[in-house]
Design a binder for this molecule. Structure first.
Ligand SMILES: [Zn+2]
Ligand SMILES: [Zn+2]
Length: 314
C-alpha cells in the first residue's frame, strides 16, 4: 500500500495520467508523422483518413513470394499465464520478457511482489522488464490472488500500454490516431441502450466496463481515455504465436495496426522468438497494398467474417 502511495506522488504517475487524457483527444496531423521509423520501401496510404479501411500500407518496391517485407519487434507483448495447476504439464510457461520456455530451461525467477504471477527466465530479463513491471506489479498487487488469477492477457496488454504511454510520446500520438470504434460503446452507454449490439459486442462492452473502472481506480483519471485505450487494443492487437504457429499470448504494434485486414491476405506474419517478420505470400508489385489476416486463417471464411464483425465492429 505504501508503494502505491509513493507511486501516486511520482512524476511517472502524472506523466501516465497526462498521456491517458491526451489519447482521448483527436489529432488532426497526418498519421505518417508518427511513423518516421518505417523503412523507405513502405508508404502510408491516405495518412489523413481516420477510422476506416482507406488508410493502409502500400509498397514502393516489388517483392517475391517468401521475401521479408518488414522485420520488427512488436511494441508490446503479453504471454498467456498458466494459471491452472491441472494444465501445468500440457502448457508451457514462458518468460514474460524474452518469451523463452521456462519448462525447457527448468530455470526461472518469479517476481516476489506479485507472488510469482509474472515469471522470467533469468535476472537479466527481470531487470529489462522492470520499468513497466514495477507499475504493473503494483496494479496486480491490488487484487487478491483469486481475483489476480482471473486477469486476462488483454487486460494486462491494455495496462502495459497505459504504463508505456507515460514515457513514449510517439506512442501517445499513434494511439490518438489508431482506429478504435470506442464511440459505439460510448453512444450505447450514453443512451443506456445496448440492444442494437450483437451479444458478443455486448459482452465486450461489459468487459470494457470492468477493465476501465479497474484502471480508473488505479490511475485515478480520465475514463474516456481509458475506454479508448481498451478499444485500441481490441481492434489493433493480434495473436502472438510461437515458431510453430501456436497461440501463446497477444501483441500490439502500431505499425502492424496500419495494415488492413483481408481474408485473402498477400502477406503473413512469421514469428521467431520476440521478432515478427512480415513475409510476402505472392509476387507483389510496387504500389500494391499490404493485406494481412488478423485472425487465424484455419477458421472457415463465414466464421472468420462473423468473428471480425463481432470483435472489431467492422
Ligand atoms: Zn527471458
Ligand atoms: Zn510482480
Amino acid at each position: 500500500m505504501e508503494d502505491r502511495n509513493l507511486f501516486r506522488q511520482s512524476l511517472e504517475y502524472n506523466r501516465i495520467r497526462n498521456a491517458i487524457k491526451r489519447v482521448s483527444e483527436q489529432s488532426l496531423c497526418p498519421i505518417s508523422q508518427h511513423y518516421g521509423y518505417l523503412p523507405q520501401h513502405l508508404n502510408i496510404k491516405n495518412p489523413c483518413q481516420r477510422g476506416n479501411a482507406e488508410r493502409g500500407i502500400t509498397l514502393k518496391q516489388g517483392f517475391d513470394p517468401g521475401d521479408v517485407i518488414y522485420d520488427f519487434h512488436p511494441k508490446l507483448e503479453v504471454v498467456e499465464i498458466n494459471q491452472s495447476s491441472e494444465s501445468a504439464d500440457s502448457k508451457d510457461n514462458l518468460c514474460a520478457h524474452c518469451l523463452k520456455s521456462l519448462n525447457i530451461s527448468k530455470m526461472g525467477v518469479e517476481c516476489g511482489g506479485c507472488d510469482g504471477f509474472v515469471k522470467y527466465c533469468c535476472e537479466q530479463c527481470m531487470v529489462a522488464d522492470l520499468a513497466v513491471h514495477m507499475i504493473e506489479c503494483l496494479y496486480l498487487r491490488s487484487f487478491d490472488s483469486e481475483e489476480r488469477n482471473k486477469i486476462s492477457c488483454v487486460e494486462r496488454l491494455i495496462l502495459r500500454l497505459i504504463i508505456t504511454l507515460g514515457s513514449d510520446d510517439t506512442l501517445v500520438r499513434q494511439c490518438q490516431d489508431l482506429t478504435s470504434h470506442h464511440e459505439v460503446y460510448l453512444e450505447a452507454k450514453k443512451s443506456q441502450d445496448f440492444s442494437n449490439l450483437s451479444l458478443s459486442q455486448q459482452s465486450l462492452c461489459e468487459v470494457t466496463e470492468a477493465y476501465s473502472l479497474g484502471f480508473l481506480r488505479f490511475f485515478g483519471c480520465h475514463l474516456q481515455g481509458l475506454i479508448k485505450l481498451c478499444f485500441v487494443v481490441y481492434v489493433n492487437s493480434t495473436v502472438l504465436q510461437n515458431y510453430y504457429d501456436e497461440p501463446i499470448g497477444i501483441m500490439f504494434d502500431p505499425f502492424f495496426s496500419l495494415i488492413n485486414h483481408s481474408c485473402e491476405p498477400n502477406t503473413i506474419l512469421v514469428w521467431k522468438g520476440r521478432r515478427a517478420a512480415l513475409k510476402a505470400l505472392k509476387k507483389l508489385q510496387p504500389g500494391e497494398e499490404l493485406l494481412v489476416s488478423y485472425c487465424p486463417v484455419f477458421m472457415p471464411k463465414s466464421e472468420r467474417e462473423q468473428q471480425l464483425q463481432n470483435s472489431f465492429f467492422f
